[in-house]
Design a protein around this ligand. Sequence first.
Ligand SMILES: Cc1cc2nc3c(=O)[nH]c(=O)nc-3n(C[C@H](O)[C@H](O)[C@H](O)COP(=O)(O)OP(=O)(O)OC[C@H]3O[C@@H](n4cnc5c(N)ncnc54)[C@H](O)[C@@H]3O)c2cc1C
Length: 390
Amino acid sequence: MDFQFTSEQELFRQEVRDFLEEEIRNGTFQPMCDGWIQGYSPEFTKKVAEKGWIGLSWPKEYGGQGRSHIDRLVLTEEMLRYGAPAACHWFADRQIGNAIMAYGTEELQQEFLPKILKGEAYVGLGMSEPEAGSDLASLQTRAVEDGDDYVITGQKMWTSCARFMTHVYLVARTDHDAPKHRGISEFVVDATLPGITIQPTIDITGSEAWGEVFYDNVRVPKKYLIGEKNRGFYQILNQLDYERAGLERLMGNYPLFDALIQFSKETERNGVPLCKDQSIRQKLAQLQVEFEAGRLLTYRVVLVIEEGRAPNVEAAMAKAYCTTFEQRLASVATEILGLYGQLLAESKWTPILGMAPHSYLGSKGYSLQAGTTEVLRNIVATRGLGLPAE
Ligand SMILES: Cc1cc2nc3c(=O)[nH]c(=O)nc-3n(C[C@H](O)[C@H](O)[C@H](O)COP(=O)(O)OP(=O)(O)OC[C@H]3O[C@@H](n4cnc5c(N)ncnc54)[C@H](O)[C@@H]3O)c2cc1C
């Protein structure tokens, strides 16, 4: 088996690196942890769109570049390595565009896909509710048909990018009498419609990347339904595989990993560089081994997608493993950096830009978002290993 990338893929990797390094030199961004989900930069997204790197692997008939999923893997790996601020386009590129291509009407595709490709549609994910998280099928937000519209009422929690989204991907109940999995539909909704109120959720890191979104009799034209009415839950399950599948679950904090290695080389304790200390070398080597294992699990997911299969068990396995790697990385970073390492970015005494406490706190949520580790392990056990559900 050949584990190498092709020379074309390596050239593409270099092209992406050159672009990102140039953007850093130009001051468009500074590498950050969680840039894929918290890094707001319309300017950067526009430049990525101009390169044709949004929708890279979408089929050409939908305006994409028709490139392989491995090319997209190379692209995202480099975006994450450099901590690029990609939140404006990440979700639409990763999953909502795909959902619209797979299930949307031609009218919806023609209206929406070009906006995503041009980097003009910033889509947040509106699924979870106060009483519907792991058991998403319990959701209560309702969409009731009225003439040419659906009228939407309810409350969502943890909607990603709520602060700046132009559109929200929304799941709502369209049949209250049907069994709970069979009465749900998917929509893509203009986030500026009357009746929508967005309230930021300030998380443990102080970030406002997510929000609570309230829908009070919001009139959404019927053409914004994605796919078949009441069949939304089955479409969501497919989409969640893609949401869990990416390298962002492994490399969201790569700038911290990189900076930690650099810090260990440059910092002396008792006259000796940290990187010569046996226990620190051991910790860093262990992290590198775990990182490589996570990378292979994620590559496997991409190969499954490339074969045209949905990466269900593979994505569950990769996300469960990779997010716990990110939590260990943050823990080891705070150990190596010592007490100063716990200072936040605002402090002039904090090493490596305060990335360690940000990751330490932020990574706690990684094993909850997009499916908790317990739920993912259940998927591996039942669907992967064939163990009984009860
Ligand atoms: C940082 C962050 C970002 C998020 N981003 C988004 C977003 O963009 N869009 C969105 O819609 N939602 C988002 N969420 C919400 C996320 O999807 C939910 O938090 C998650 O699904 C868990 O739901 P819950 O919090 O209601 O916990 P619950 O579902 O109530 O679970 C509580 C505990 O019970 C366990 N549990 C539940 N069911 C089972 C089971 N069947 N077997 C074993 N254990 C089980 C869980 O693992 C967990 O430990 C985000 C959450 C966080 C923390």
